[in-house]
Design a protein around this ligand. Structure first.
Ligand code: SAM
Length: 288
């Protein structure tokens, strides 16, 4: 939790930037036609959360619902899933999807995972797909999640393990055209994540400090194939990395940046195809 007025201001600025960044991509992020990657991870997370019919589930940073829709299906009509997100654009688009599918056991609203605003013991499970390393204060999120769970309730989240350096080359090549090289350096140092969550040991420490038991982190490889460089570029452009990185490249240099990235991608092609392996990290824990 921010302890000084200056820290509180910084945290509020960071959250406004997160909301703005994900608003930019809300229409396309994880949408039914382009979100295979996040939906695979969402399904994996829900499997590991071992939800039961009738459970009440809170999904923190629900985005376009990769975790939320799978959770609502797992708990069935006697349970429900609530999604919260800082980004009004994400919430609006996901609410529209819930309405279009006429689903009755899930709702979404704008909210902050660091202080979701529900009474203690409201949920059998709290889930967080690809969000804990983005939020400014992961310890505050875990503290709230612990309080919101019933005794014996489960927390499950996804994050990323070590990145494949070969696949960072195309992004770096594009970022050479960016204006704010200081931001680029910060991204390179933190690999777009939070250094507090770099290793399974650090993750376990954070969870223990929040009071969790039975903390387990498992890495699993996800394999994604792209039809070509254009599809790869679209996957970055439609993700959280757009606001964090690609928007740092001025419009007039973006075409050159794209070409530089494509030149690097050419060296990653095998038999004319692009296959990317990502280490997905699943962490589960229990409120004792
Ligand atoms: C990478 S997206 C993941 C979305 C979704 N969980 C998924 O797995 O596809 C991260 C989401 O977390 C949200 N987010 C980040 N920090 C948050 C916070 N403190 N409270 C609520 N949402 C947050 C962002 O707005 C964004 O929609």
């Amino acid at each position: 939790m921010p302890t000084t007025a200056e820290q509180a201001k910084q945290s509020a600025r960071r959250k406004a930037a997160i909301a703005h960044g994900f608003d930019l991509v809300a229409e396309v992020y994880g949408a039914p036609d382009s979100g295979a990657f996040v939906r695979r991870l969402g399904a994996g997370l829900v499997r590991r959360a071992r939800l039961r019919p009738g459970d009440r589930v809170l999904d923190l940073g629900c985005g376009r619902g990769a975790v939320l829709f799978a959770a609502a299906e797992a708990v069935g009509p006697d349970g429900y899933a609530v999604g919260i997100d800082l980004s009004p654009g994400m919430v609006h688009a996901t609410a529209a999807e819930i309405g279009a599918q006429r689903l009755r056991n899930l709702v979404v609203r704008v909210g902050d995972a660091e202080d979701p605003g529900f009474p203690s013991g409201s949920f059998e499970a709290v889930l967080a797909g690809l969000m804990l390393f983005i939020t400014p204060d992961p310890a505050a999120v875990l503290g709230s999640a612990h309080r919101l769970l019933v005794p014996g309730g489960r927390f499950a989240m996804t994050s990323f393990g070590p990145a494949d350096p070969a696949w960072e080359r195309p992004v770096r090549a594009a970022l050479a055209f960016a204006d704010q090289q200081q931001s680029v350096r910060e991204w390179s140092t933190n690999k777009g994540g939070n250094p507090l969550l770099d290793t399974p040991e650090q993750i376990a420490d954070l969870f223990e400090q929040a009071g969790f038991d039975q903390i387990e982190t498992v890495d699993e490889e996800d394999v994604a194939t792209y039809t070509g460089p254009e599809e790869w570029w679209a996957s970055v452009w439609n993700s959280g990395r757009r606001a964090a990185l690609l928007e740092l490249i001025p419009d007039e240099r973006r075409e050159d940046a794209r070409k530089a990235a494509f030149a690097e991608l050419a060296s990653l092609e095998v038999d004319g195809g692009l296959t990317r392996r990502t280490t997905v990290r699943y962490t589960t824990a229990t409120r004792g």
